[in-house]
Structure formats: C-alpha cells, structure tokens
Design a protein around this ligand. Structure first.
Ligand code: NDP
Length: 290
C-alpha cells in the first residue's frame, strides 16, 4: 500500500500539513507557487515537485490547501494533467456549494474527491487536538484514513461533499455564540467589580451544563414536537426581558440580549409561548437578514 502523499499549497497551513506527514514517516512531495516556502520542508526530507502536474502524479493522495476555491480552480484548471485515479483532498476553506461544485469538476476529470475543513490552527496540526472534517465517498476516505490521520483527529461526515464546510461554519456559530454570551456577562459583572477570570469559572460551568441539554432538545427538534417539560418559552422570555433591562441599567451593550428576546417574541407571537425553547428552531430556519 503506497502511503506517499503530495501537499499542494505551502502557506502557513500547508506547511504544517506537509510537516505532519513527514513527521509521521510518509514520503511527501510538495509544491507551492512561491517555491521558497518549500525550503524548510525539503530540508526535513520532502521532495519538491518541479510542477503542479508532477506533484499531482507523484502520490496516490494529494492534499490541497490554498487561500480559496478560486485559487484551486485557477491552479488545477490551468494544468492539463490527467487527474485520473488521483485522490484529491481539498482542505481549502470555502462554502458547501463550492465544495460540491469542485467535487463535480474533479470527478469529471477522473479524480476521486474529498472535501475537508480544518478546525485547528497550524501549530496544532499533527496532534489529536486538530480536528479535520472530511466529506465525500466513504470508500475514498477509508482508503486514505490512516495517512490523513497523521494530521490530527480526522472524521468522515458523509457522502455529501458539502458537509465538511457546513459542519465547519456550524462549529463557528457555536464558538462565537458561546464566546459572545460569555463576553456579555463579563461586561455586566465588570460594572460590579468582578474580574473576567472570576466570572470565567462560573461561565464555564454554565456552558458545560447547557451542553448537556442538547441531546434531549435535539430529540424534540427531530420529532417536531416541543412539549414544555421543564420550562415554557414565555417563562424564558420574561428572563430575557430581565437580561435586556439589566444590560441597559448597568450601561453595557444590549444588542445581543435584544436579539435573543426578539426571536423569542416572534415565536410567542406565532403561538409557541407554551412550548419549550427548541421550538425556536423555526426562527433559525426562516431566512432573515438583520
Ligand atoms: P496562507 O495565506 O498562508 O497561504 C495561502 C496559500 O495559497 C499559499 O501557498 C499561496 O501560494 C497559495 N495560493 C493562493 N492563491 C494561489 C493561486 N492563485 N495559485 C496558486 N497558489 C495560490 O493561508 P493559510 O495557509 O493560513 O490558509 C490556507 C487555507 O487553510 C485557507 O483556506 C484557510 O482558510 C484554511 N485554514 C487556515 C487556518 C489557519 O489558522 N491558518 C485554520 C483553518 C483553515 P504563495 O505562497 O505562492 O502565495
């Protein structure tokens, strides 16, 4: 089994990817538009391909990590190298539509294609902390899973090529929502002289506690039935009003509390006040642009 690998794109991330493959003992070919970025990797044992075409045919598996999908199309579209039989793993960040389109394009050229999303910073690559999501045909992932495993904790999400980027942005929504909620509380408590570190201990417990609710709430969403088992949305809405009022009273930003309240108010106006919190999913399913 040939476990050699090619990395195309040696920016901050691509260099980390190639470095991790080398460290794990894979024979590694690299290519970058700006050749000098390969110097350190070549010193560590990588082979510098003289052209993109050579890079693509050097290994059964090619990992691509460029700025964006436009760069990927510019680069691979320009070469008349047959991608026949090659497996491309595109770890460039982009949208689900771009991923699906790139998959069609690559498959028309005879390549196997997996799309991926890196949920990590370059220094984490090669450790278990680096979560790397893949989507596309299961068999193509399985064929290269052990090689890809050199990069971190690798996961296959499903056959739809758009899944990796959708999970990627879903993760960002989670991350920013948790951080923003924490910053809101930090700003409010600072008005009473509480420092960020003190509140962070408490906030962490809240975040962990709320995370425990997700499986049960998800069951309600998947069933489309939202009985108020612990609390009704109109009860929550009264607490939201306190959050808005307190934010205004202590003189901090009330935009986020008001948004939280506005979404619940709309669901209540639509007749869902007696149901449980996850009934708000309808508010999130409805397109609106602030
Ligand atoms: P860099 O800006 O460091 O690197 C960009 C790379 O793309 C370089 O190798 C650059 O080549 C290449 N490139 C851009 N346009 C072209 C083109 N038209 N033709 C050929 N090559 C091109 O970015 P990163 O390495 O940090 O990021 C790469 C991808 O990884 C992005 O999609 C990013 O979102 C994603 N990512 C990055 C993370 C990070 O923390 N850095 C975290 C998670 C994902 P050249 O060197 O010649 O300019």
């Amino acid at each position: 089994h040939d476990t050699s690998v090619t990395v195309i794109g040696l920016g901050l991330m691509g260099q980390a990817l190639a470095g991790a493959f080398l460290k794990a003992g894979h024979s590694t070919t690299v290519w970058n538009r700006t050749t000098a970025k390969a110097d350190r990797l070549v010193a560590e044992g990588a082979r510098l391909a003289p052209s993109v075409g050579d890079a693509l045919t050097a290994s059964p598996l090619t990992v691509i990590c460029l700025t964006d999908y436009q760069a990927v199309h510019e680069l691979l579209g320009a070469t008349d190298v047959a991608l026949d039989g090659t497996t491309l793993v595109n770890l460039t960040s982009g949208s689900s539509a771009q991923a699906r389109e790139a998959a069609r394009w690559a498959e028309q050229r005879g390549a196997r294609y997996l799309d991926g999303a890196i949920m990590a910073v370059p220094p984490a690559i090669g450790t278990a902390e680096a979560v790397i999501l893949h989507s596309g045909p299961q068999a193509d992932f399985a064929a290269h899973e052990s090689t890809l495993g050199a990069l971190g904790t690798v996961t296959h999400l499903g056959a739809d090529h758009g899944l990796a980027s959708l999970y990627d942005v879903a993760g960002l929504a989670m991350m920013w929502s948790i951080l923003n909620a924490w910053l809101q509380g930090t700003a409010m408590l600072a008005t009473a002289g509480v420092d960020a570190a003190t509140y962070a201990q408490f906030a962490r417990q809240i975040a962990v506690g709320v995370a425990e609710w997700l499986p049960g709430y998800a069951e309600q969403i998947d069933k489309g039935s939202f009985p108020a088992e612990v609390s009704a949305l109109e009860t929550d809405a009264r607490a939201m009003a306190h959050l808005v009022e307190e934010s205004e009273a202590v003189g901090v930003n009330a935009e986020l509390p008001k948004l939280i309240r506005a979404m619940a108010d709309r669901a209540i106006a639509a007749g869902h006040g007696g149901e449980q919190y996850p009934v708000l999913i309808e508010e999130f399913r409805t397109p609106r642009n602030g």
